[in-house]
Each structure stands twice: as structure tokens, then as C-alpha cells.
Design a protein around this ligand. Structure first.
Ligand SMILES: Cc1cc2nc3c(=O)[nH]c(=O)nc-3n(C[C@H](O)[C@H](O)[C@H](O)COP(=O)(O)OP(=O)(O)OC[C@H]3O[C@@H](n4cnc5c(N)ncnc54)[C@H](O)[C@@H]3O)c2cc1C
Length: 376
């Protein structure tokens, strides 16, 4: 595989670098809601310059960038320590799933406001009794004139309180599992939807419980066919894992730089145990990047394969190990000085749960990549 860049790719990289130098707003506020607003504004700026969803086709408001250009863009974002855009679930899942499975009318309606950040998306998959076992979802969609009436509960729904649209999985018939679910785009701003925040160990409420009490979804807002929601849900997860992993891998690389600064500031750069742990993190982070290149070498259009689970597992374990190292470097001060590392350590615990637990990712790799016997 030839990893050298063409003159056009080098020019593209220089263009991004110069633009980021002039426009990067830097690190946002610590408060989660203020930070969300800050990143929405940043997403608008990216969009105005044609840099939101740069790999999306031009007809849907993207730049039609090649996978190599997308990678160059990501690398420049790391280099500049630029923040991530706010509407991340719309960008990595909602948009791609509408492009892959939606009708032309849905593409025209939904894609552009996802890119601009004008309409935030959330993911209503998990329920109190259906997390890893997603096909056990009980939220029900009942056929009514012109659409469906949805009743049930979702949980852990990130940014539901900021969302306009929800990717919602609901049971719409009594067929056996995998044939009884439909995939809706549900309007969150209607009387039949209520959102109740859940407080996390970090103290903030990034996710919520969402209650649907006769919420209406019009016919136009079903993706795929009635009863055909499972395949669309699987596609969403295939987009989510590498998307979440790749976006977060960028974050890890930025945070590693900060960790190096912290180690130096504490004069621990000569400590053999710290050096060893830090070097291991750098090497592991590099494997995420190289795995990304491997994906590039095989890149085609369409839905990514189950290999995305590798990046998801790596991201979770590296981020947890990194924040633990930072804690050991800080010692007691981590508890006393309101350091951002305290927040990061607590938030990182969720990395091996969100987007599917590490155990589930390992099952996927075992069964669908390595071809080992199925669990059931
Ligand atoms: C920060 C955060 C944000 C989230 N955001 C969203 C969101 O926006 N939308 C959404 O729909 N969901 C969201 N989730 C939910 C997340 O997808 C689920 O928590 C996750 O899929 C696990 O489901 P569960 O919590 O029901 O745990 P369970 O499925 O009950 O699992 C409990 C434990 O059993 C293990 N386990 C279960 N089944 C197996 C198996 N077959 N083999 C081996 N081990 C198994 C699991 O690994 C886990 O350790 C979020 C979660 C977090 C932490």
C-alpha cells in the first residue's frame, strides 16, 4: 500500500491547515450545555466553509472528499487541537443511514440540517430491558391514519434534550425477533415525547430517559420497510462503531499531548514506570490510526463492516488507561484541584459501555470477523 500523498492531496492538507489556523475557536467551555452550544457554533463555521461532513456527496451538501482527504482533514483537526462538531450522532449515524437506506425525499429533507447543525439527532435504541440485546425492544408503533403512534420508553439517550429528531426503533408487528421492528425518524418536539435527564457520575446529564406516549410518526418518516427496521439498525451500528472510534481516537491523540505536558510539568518524565505506560499508550494509539489506514486501503462505498468494533474496543481501553495514568501522575491533586482529568477519568468509564459494550464488540469480532461459533 502506497501511503505517500499526491500533489493534490498535499495542497488539500495545506488548505485545511491554513483554514484551521485562521478559524479554530480553541477549547470550549467546561460546562456541558455551554460546550454543546459552542460546538454547534463551530459546526456552523465548518459547514459554511464546506468542512462539515467533508466526505458526504456534494449533492447533499458535503465536499465529496475521498477517504484519504477525510483522513487528512482528521489529522489536521488533531494537529490544531480543534473541537469536534456538536451534532455528532447526526453526522456519524443519522446522515449516513439516511444516505444508505433513505428515500430521495428523506435525503432532501434531512441531510442538509444535519450537516449545518440546525437539526440535532439522537439515537433511541436502548431500553430498560433491551441494551445489548437490542432486538428485544418493546417500544411499540401502532398503525394509525397516515403513520404510526408510538408508545414506550428509551433510556441512555444522549442529547435527547437537544435533539429535533430521534432514530427510533419500535416494534410494529408480532412477527418473530428481527422481523418485528421498524425504524422511524421521530420528531422530538411534539406533545407525545417527554425527556427526563439522568445524572451521570461526572455530575452532568448528557443522556436521558425518553418517554413516548402516543407520539406520531408520519409514513414519510420510516426508513426502510415496516418490519424491516433491524437491518437499518444494524447499519446504524456499523456506522456508529468506527465513527465513534475514529472521532474519539482523534480526541485521544489530542489528550495524549496534554498528558505529556502534564508529565513534564510534574517533572516525572524520567520516571521509568510512567515512561513505559505512556509509551504503551502512544503505541496503542498509533495502532488505531494504522487500523484506520487499513480501512482506507479497503475502502469502498457503503456501510462499513464489523471490523469497526476493533477501533471501538481500542478507543475505550486506551482512553481508560490514559486517564488512569493521568490520575497517578496527579496523585491526590486529582481529587483536590478540579482538574479536567477528574472529569475525564469518570467519563472514560462509559467508553466500554456506550455504542455497545466491549464484551459485545468482542462477540461481534469472534463471530462475524473470525467466524467462530455463534453464542446462540
Ligand atoms: C454515555 C452513554 C451514552 C449512551 N448513549 C446512548 C444513546 O444515545 N442511545 C442509545 O440507544 N443508547 C445509548 N447508550 C446505551 C448503551 O448502548 C447501552 O448501555 C449498552 O448497549 C449496554 O446495554 P445495557 O446498559 O442495557 O447493558 P446490558 O445489555 O444489560 O449488559 C450488562 C452487562 O452484561 C454484558 N453482556 C450482555 N450481553 C452479553 C453477551 N451476549 N455476551 C457477553 N456479555 C454480555 C454487557 O457487556 C454488560 O457488561 C449509552 C450508554 C452510555 C454509557
Amino acid at each position: 500500500m502506497d501511503l505517500s500523498l499526491t500533489p493534490a492531496e498535499l495542497a488539500f492538507r495545506d488548505e485545511i491547515r491554513a483554514w484551521l489556523q485562521a478559524n479554530n475557536p480553541g477549547r470550549g467551555p467546561e460546562d456541558i450545555e455551554e460546550n454543546f452550544d459552542f460546538r454547534l457554533a463551530w459546526q456552523h463555521t465548518l459547514h459554511d466553509a464546506g468542512f462539515a461532513g467533508i466526505a458526504w456527496p456534494r449533492e447533499y451538501g458535503g465536499r465529496g472528499a475521498t477517504p484519504v482527504e477525510q483522513t487528512l482533514f482528521n489529522e489536521e483537526m488533531v494537529r490544531a487541537r480543534a473541537p469536534a462538531p456538536a451534532n455528532i450522532l447526526g453526522l456519524i449515524m443519522g446522515g449516513p443511514v439516511v444516505m444508505a437506506h433513505g428515500t430521495e425525499a428523506q435525503k432532501q429533507r434531512f441531510l442538509s440540517p444535519i450537516l449545518s447543525g440546525d437539526e440535532v439527532w439522537c439515537q433511541g435504541f436502548s431500553e430498560p430491558d433491551a441494551g445489548s440485546d437490542l432486538a428485544a425492544a418493546r417500544t411499540r408503533g401502532e398503525r394509525v391514519q397516515g403513520g404510526w403512534k408510538v408508545t414506550g420508553q428509551k433510556v441512555w439517550t444522549s442529547f435527547a434534550h437537544r435533539a429535533r429528531w430521534c432514530m427510533l426503533l419500535a416494534k410494529t408487528n408480532d412477527e418473530p425477533r428481527y422481523r418485528n421492528l421498524s425504524y422511524f425518524i421521530c420528531d422530538m418536539q411534539q406533545a407525545g415525547v417527554s425527556v427526563r435527564p439522568l445524572r451521570q457520575s461526572t455530575g452532568e446529564s448528557e443522556f436521558n430517559e425518553v418517554f413516548f406516549d402516543g407520539a406520531f410518526v408520519p409514513d414519510d418518516n420510516i426508513i426502510g420497510s415496516e418490519g424491516g427496521g433491524w437491518n437499518v439498525a444494524l447499519a446504524t451500528l456499523m456506522f456508529e462503531r468506527p465513527g465513534l472510534g475514529a472521532a474519539s481516537a482523534l480526541g485521544i491523540r489530542m489528550t495524549l499531548t496534554e498528558l505529556a505536558e502534564l508529565i513534564r510539568a510534574r517533572d516525572l518524565q524520567g520516571d521509568a514506570a510512567i515512561r513505559r505506560r505512556f509509551a504503551k499508550l502512544v503505541a496503542e494509539t498509533e495502532t488505531i490510526r494504522l487500523n484506520g489506514y487499513r480501512g482506507l486501503a479497503r475502502a469502498g462505498d457503503g456501510v462499513p463492516g464489523p471490523e469497526g468494533s476493533i477501533v471501538k474496543i481500542q478507543w475505550a481501553s486506551i482512553n481508560q488507561a490514559m486517564t488512569e495514568l493521568a490520575f497517578d501522575v496527579l496523585g491526590e491533586a486529582a481529587l483536590l484541584d478540579g482538574s479536567p482529568w477528574t472529569y475525564r477519568l469518570l467519563r472514560a468509564r462509559a467508553n466500554s459501555i456506550e455504542g455497545g459494550t466491549s464484551e459485545i464488540q468482542r462477540n461481534i469480532l469472534a463471530e462475524r470477523v473470525l467466524g467462530l461459533p455463534r453464542l446462540r
